[in-house]
Design a protein around this ligand. Structure first.
Ligand code: F6P
Length: 550
């Protein structure tokens, strides 16, 4: 019987962190900077083209030393290697966790359960990239022998969020490619809006679904199929449908073109699958070279994560800073604030990655977690956020941890405007960290020559406490390699946190109840007049369906 895995509170370092949290809380961030003239140099780690500046987090060298001790006491190095070599660490589903295998470059084998998955990954990637290049080049053509001008990815969750976020983020690398659009919600409006102006003769649908049983995806796929059948007829249908799934039988039954079917595997979680053929719409947008660059960025972070000393290890620091903010400073949410509109969907992507991974209340052994787990992830592009919820961040009673992401170069050849975004970002992180105290406000009011009574009345309203904990992730530009690095950084941050909390970051049993109830509720909604024996609230809601549905 193997030893039960330790989690954070089982470790001596955790008790030291609790003591340090008390001590640090007594110091403002301004005081933390005053205590170390080289705070920035000590708290900004650059690796793989990313610079993580955590100098405005509420930590000092003692805390970071404790992070390293905690990592060792949790045997984190061996936990990392267990993941990379394909141990069945997703123990509730008895599966390996090998999204990292999707971005390996070497031709070495990776034996898992007697199968060389390295070769499997390389051959499927090659098929997918060849398909993507052939669609881009007009070699793969429609049923009327035309090139495709619109590619529609039909999927949801991990079969949508990653590709959709990445295609938007890397728009400047997609010139000359067919348009790529995403349909995910079950209500049919996204699809209707898209098909209103689409040319069936030149539209390719890609059905992305690991299980090929997801209600939303199958519903949209069937609607798309009906649209093509109505306009092109059954013989021409297969040439307009590709698919990515574990479920080969379902792809066949749907009528997907035999050569346009791509495999994925149980040892890749949906929220970790953008690196697989699920990323085919991204590969069509940015091409083989762009996708391989994307993979290389993720691989750089893999190598960094496995090799870097803890004090210089970006995923370790990001992960434990997050645990520190949630469990020791009592901040249950994390706002993700990218200062680039092309990253507008990054918060949504990270919502699934983090909250479907660590939104758990039991540990791997089934016992309740000893600590609050997983931040509630939210966020918007930076300047938009400043004009939306930054008032609360600066002066509210509710506190949040903050991740600022800042590309230095414009993603759309508008550097003068990106410079304004940079100035905005740097101003905000300084203001949130350092605040504005009473003396500074008094001096400001004095310059306005206000009456003493008016100044006294305004003083409390204009003070900014500061000391809001935040990280600033800087990078040169938003290109495929950098996006790969950012995604891999957050993936491994999530893994580090799951080791501290002791939960399984790779299953998602919590989504099953809603799915099962939905299936049973469909007939109730279709015939509300016949419903009996349900809860009063459900019966009440169904009565509105009956009364108000046209
Ligand atoms: O949200 C539940 C979930 O199973 C996610 O984990 C997954 O990414 C999504 O639904 C879509 O699943 P599939 O790719 O099987 O359609």
């Amino acid at each position: 019987m193997s030893q039960p895995l330790r989690s954070g509170t089982d470790c001596a370092a955790w008790r030291e962190l609790e003591t340090l949290a008390q001590a640090i809380s007594a110091s403002s961030t301004r005081e933390l900077f005053a205590q170390d003239a080289q705070r920035f140099e000590h708290c900004c780690i650059e690796a793989a083209g990313l610079a993580l500046d955590y100098s405005r987090q509420r930590v000092d060298a003692r805390v970071v030393n404790c992070f390293a001790a905690l990592a060792d006491q949790l045997s984190l190095r061996s936990r990392i290697e267990a993941m990379f070599r394909g141990d069945a660490i997703n123990s509730t589903e008895n599966r390996a966790v090998l999204h990292t295998a999707l971005r390996r470059s070497d031709a070495t084998s990776l034996e898992v359960a007697g199968e060389d998955i390295g070769a499997l990954v390389r051959s499927e990637r090659e098929r997918m990239l060849t398909f993507a290049e052939d669609v881009r080049a007009g070699i793969i053509r429609s049923s009327s022998d035309q090139s495709f001008t619109l590619v529609v990815n039909i999927g949801i969750g991990g079969s949508d969020l990653g590709p959709a976020m990445a295609v938007q983020a890397l728009k400047q690398f997609s010139s000359g490619a067919p348009g790529v659009a995403f349909v995910s919600n079950v209500d049919g409006c996204q699809l209707a809006d898209l098909l209103e102006h689409a040319d069936p003769e030149r539209t390719l649908f890609i059905i992305c679904s690991k299980t090929f049983t997801t209600l939303e995806t199958l519903t949209n796929a069937r609607s798309a199929r009906a649209w093509i059948l109505q306009r092109l007829g059954p013989k021409r249908l297969p040439q307009h449908f590709a698919a990515v799934s574990v479920n080969a039988k379902a792809m066949d039954e749907f009528g997907v073109h035999p050569a346009y079917r791509f495999a994925m595997w149980d040892w890749v979680g949906g929220r970790y699958s953008v690196w697989s053929a699920i990323g085919v719409s991204l590969a069509i947008a940015i091409g083989r070279a762009g996708f391989e660059s994307f993979l290389s960025g993720g691989r750089e972070i893999d190598e960094h994560f496995r090799a870097a000393p803890w004090h210089e290890n970006l995923p370790l620091l990001a992960g434990l800073l997050g645990v520190w903010n949630i469990d020791l400073l009592g901040l249950p949410t994390l706002a993700v604030l990218p200062y680039d509109s092309r990253l507008a969907r990054l918060p949504a992507y990270l919502q699934q990655l983090e909250m479907e991974s660590n939104g758990k209340h039991v540990r791997l052994d089934g016992t309740p977690t000893a600590l609050p787990t997983c931040p509630v992830i939210w966020g918007e592009p930076g300047n938009n956020a400043q004009h939306s919820f930054f008032q609360l961040l600066h002066q509210g009673t509710q506190r949040a941890a903050l991740d600022f992401l800042l590309p230095i170069n414009s993603s759309c050849a508008s550097q003068p405007q990106q410079d304004l975004a940079i100035a905005s970002c740097l101003a905000q992180v300084e203001a949130l960290a350092l605040g504005k105290d009473a003396d500074q406000v008094r001096a400001e009011l004095a310059r306005q020559k206000l009456s003493p009574e008016r100044s006294a009345a305004l003083l409390p309203h204009k003070m900014h406490e500061g000391s809001r904990p935040l990280s600033l992730l800087l990078f040169e530009r938003l290109d495929p390699a950098t996006l790969g690095r950012i995604i891999a950084l957050y993936e491994h941050k999530v893994f580090v946190q799951s080791v501290v909390w002791g939960d399984n970051a790779f299953d998602q049993w919590g989504v099953e109840l809603g799915k099962t109830l939905t299936e049973s509720f469909i007939p109730l909604v279709q015939k509300p007049e016949a419903v009996t024996g349900q809860s009063s609230s459900l019966m009440g809601a169904l009565s509105y369906v009956q009364r108000w549905r046209n």
